[in-house]
Design a protein around this ligand. Structure first.
Ligand code: DAH
Length: 340
């Protein structure tokens, strides 16, 4: 019996080094400590031990039991500490999904609109956000006394010690001036970017928003091409075959000037709350480049003509999706952003 105990002891010690996971731990328990296990068997056999050996054998048997229980307890707590994690990954488990997020709606729109124009030959230019008065106003035929120069509308930058007055651009139109100053016609360019106005924030206006400017200059560019190009844009962005119209308007840097409307996407022109029952939604300002603008960049207005347009991104998205309040773009409420 004593020999048997000794051999089981070394068998158990051997087996314990093979315990590597929950399964092998359980196997160990069943084999040595279980109801039909080795210890149980040995205790069953104890009654047949000769009385004069009972003391020795009993002691050895008890020691074996305590040892096996300790091996089991130690291995178990080791296993639980590692969270039961095996070294090998279980590749049958389903993968963990995570939220990749998306581009902000405004940037999606800029990418889509610049994409539409670059497919028909327009380059992309990004001008500075801090401009001087020449690029933002003078070169764009906007004289000194023009109301948009007013402190109420324009954020001026501290220009002390500078030779010019600087400001945060109030529109992307100065991008036209930079492009014309630095290249010769033919020019086809769009200028996306942020613009700044000293406006009270409300459901309809923000102090920082986005525009995309367009400019096309060459010999013999006419108003028909302006309409054709902008119709193409409107159909690509808002929907094929939607009715559009040009309404006469005024901008200092274009003559003649117009605003473009698209048939209300929600009511298809019948009149609803979104289009204020007119059936139309305004989407951009445009016109033929004023000869004075050409002169200020050194182009000969008798040689070149061109058209320009300005798209307000937030406004465009409000029209496209029937968004009633411009501030929602910047609240970054995930429930709003997730929809796009
Ligand atoms: N710059 C104008 C604005 O901020 C938008 C605009 C209108 C741009 C007509 C143009 C244009 O190029 O031709 O309201």
């Amino acid at each position: 019996m004593l020999d048997k105990i000794e051999s089981i002891k070394s068998e158990a010690l051997n087996a314990s080094s093979g315990i590597s996971d929950g399964d092998s731990l359980e196997q160990f328990r069943i084999k040595f400590l279980g109801r039909k296990g080795t210890i149980h068997e040995l205790f069953e056999g104890f009654k047949d031990v000769k009385p004069d050996e009972k003391g020795k054998v009993g002691k050895a048997l008890n020691e074996l039991k305590v040892l096996l229980q300790k091996i089991y307890d130690d291995k178990k707590s080791e296993y639980e500490k590692t969270g039961g994690a095996d070294d090998e990954a279980d590749i049958t488990l389903p993968g963990r999904t995570f939220n990749k997020g998306t581009r902000h709606l405004i940037h999606q729109a800029i990418a889509e609109i610049t994409g539409i124009f670059s497919k028909i030959g327009f380059d992309i230019y990004e001008g500075p956000e801090i401009e001087d008065e020449f690029h933002n106003f003078d070169a764009l035929n906007t004289p000194e006394y023009h109301p948009s120069r007013d402190m109420q509308d324009t954020f001026y930058v501290d220009s002390k010690g500078k030779d010019k007055r600087y400001l945060l651009r109030t529109h992307t139109s100065p991008g036209q001036v930079h492009v014309m100053e630095n290249s010769k016609p033919p020019i086809r360019v769009i200028v996306p970017g942020k613009v700044y106005r000293n406006e009270e924030v409300s459901a309809r206006s923000l102090a920082v928003f986005h525009q995309i400017e367009g400019l096309y200059v060459d010999k013999g560019v006419n108003f028909r091409e302006l309409k054709g190009t902008l119709d193409h844009y409107a159909w690509e962005f808002f929907g094929k075959g939607l009715k559009t119209r040009l309404r006469p308007s005024f901008f200092p840097f274009t003559e003649p000037s117009a605003e473009m409307d698209v048939e209300c996407i929600l009511c298809k022109g019948d009149g609803c709350r979104v289009c204020k029952h007119t059936g139309w939604l305004e989407i951009l300002g445009c016109g033929m480049v004023d000869p004075n603008v050409f002169q200020s960049v050194g182009y000969d207005p008798d040689e070149y003509t061109g058209f320009a347009f300005g798209i307000g991104i937030e406004r465009t998205l409000m029209v496209k999706y029937g968004i009633p309040d411009i501030r929602i773009f910047y609240e970054n409420d995930i429930r709003f952003l997730k929809q796009f």
